[in-house]
Design a protein around this ligand. Structure first.
Ligand code: C5P
Ligand code: MG
Length: 194
């Protein structure tokens, strides 16, 4: 048996991944790892050799090479001392998926994929509001968002379809209020026996 249990959390930018993960952590005691947050942290780390490369990808809404992202995830998992993880915003494309499978097969088992489905309009308007409210993110602007949405459709949807084929996807409508969405999330976690 793999040492770690993983639930991947996917959905477009602004679909509510981070918001719902915070609630899941409180109710179900998972460790939440956001691939985007880990990349932003690495970008800020003085002396990081990846800082510029990461920033370029983030602004362009493109995906950082998996070697970087998967190492950050793996290190965070090991350092946590815990076993059950919500990994948010990963795997985002085929490179992410292949790199994960290569490095983590036998180490971590993917138990479910939570997919927050949310229209493009709602996603864009949430991220723009987040930017206006001072998120400080260099990609919460319409130029970056247009590219992020494109990446989501072209590169992330095929990954969701891949996991659908493995019967691991639980799709949740993400347009209601955070508390209403969480009611649906709870039902998914109720079936999860770890
Ligand atoms: O998930 P989040 O919206 O925080 O991701 C922000 C950006 O971080 C993405 O648009 C992408 O440029 C980068 N990212 C990545 N690979 C991931 C997750 C995020 O390159 N697996
Ligand atoms: Mg997030």
């Amino acid at each position: 048996m793999a040492k770690y249990n993983v639930v991947f959390v996917l959905g477009g930018p602004g679909a509510g991944k981070g918001t719902q993960c915070e609630k899941i952590v409180k109710h179900f005691g998972f460790v939440h790892l956001s691939a985007g947050d880990l990349l932003r942290e690495e970008r800020q780390r003085p002396g990081s050799q990846y800082g510029e490369e990461i920033e370029t990808h983030i602004r362009n809404g493109t995906i950082v090479p998996v070697q970087i992202t998967c190492s950050l995830l793996r290190r965070a998992m090991e350092e946590s001392g815990k076993n059950n993880f919500l990994i948010d915003g990963f795997p985002r494309n085929k490179d992410n998926l292949d790199g994960w499978n290569k490095a983590m097969t036998g180490v971590a088992g993917v138990r479910l994929v939570l997919f927050f489905n949310c229209s493009e309009e709602v996603c864009i308007s949430r991220c723009l509001s987040r930017g206006e409210a001072g998120s400080g993110r260099s990609d919460d602007n319409i130029q970056s968002l247009t590219k992020r949405i494109q990446t989501y459709h072209n590169s992330t949807m095929p990954i969701i379809d891949h996991y659908r084929g493995l019967n691991l996807v639980r799709e949740i409508h993400g347009e209601k209020s955070p508390d209403e969405v969480f009611e649906d999330v709870k039902q998914v976690f109720a079936e999860l026996k770890l």
